[in-house]
Design a binder for this molecule. Sequence first.
Ligand code: 1HE
Length: 268
Amino acid sequence: MTKHIDIASFENLALEARDSGVWIVTLNRPTKRNALDIATIEELVRFFSDAQQAGVRAVVLAGAGDHFCAGLDLVEHHKADRSPAEFWQVCLRWHEAFNKMEYSGVPIIAALHGAVVGGGLELASAAHIRVMDQSAYFGLPEGQRGLFTGGGATIRVTDLIGKARTIDMMLTGRIYKDTEAVEVGLAQYLVTGSSFERALELAERAAENLPLSNFAICSAVSHNRNMSAMDAAYAEACVAGVVNTQPDARARLAAFADKSGARIRPDT
Ligand code: 1HE
């Protein structure tokens, strides 16, 4: 571990570290429905740039207040009256943050409730697992506001739900919620209680894996999707060569071999 995360230096994100190594990262501008202003994006870049080397084992990403995230801070954007070149740079900072999330090897479980819209859905899509509660709803309202997505929806939302559904959401403002949102792939879990509690359970479970295994899972799958099948197979073999021979795995393998290790059963 070579990095230290100074919790007190974050303002728009509330950070909490648990003993298990799970960190709770909460978007903390509830009066603005956690709209993503530049300051929040920079804090996301900072946290997720350092998380892996700071020994963060898993993250629960949540939103304070009644909504997960209302997307781009439209008021900041309106007031700044940005030039095309300026907004290009803004979008690149979003990509920096979301790519750090997706590719840096630390499992991120998004706990979703209320509005998960526009850039809020782009943010949620950069997490590795999405848990929604019954209040959560997903939309891409940019088209109705004279805007277009700039934080990766064309890539990550399309990856989750396919091209036709993404275009439908963009063109018509279609909202997905409840079981339909899970059926189309926007979330993997729908809970009747708190999405936070379930996300935390999942994060604690992931944090029990060896960090190198999680690093591979939370970076290689995404990288391999960007390659040809031939190259992805080669890269997968290479990653497996490193991960599957790690000394820390020997005790777990020994436990399987001597029959003291857990067996995989349908109720696990
Ligand atoms: C905001 C934002 C925001 C709320 N930027 N300030 N995203 C959207 O188009 C969603 C825009 N927001 C909404 O539709 C609604 O605010 C919500 C459904 C999320 C919540 O409704 P509600 O009734 O609970 O809150 P509200 O009264 O609309 O807003 C409360 C405050 O939050 C108010 O500020 P106040 O100072 O007047 O109290 C709102 O201005 C503020 N607020 N949402 C800024 N988005 C890289 S490209 C990405 C493209 C996009 O993401 S486009 C944005 C899509």
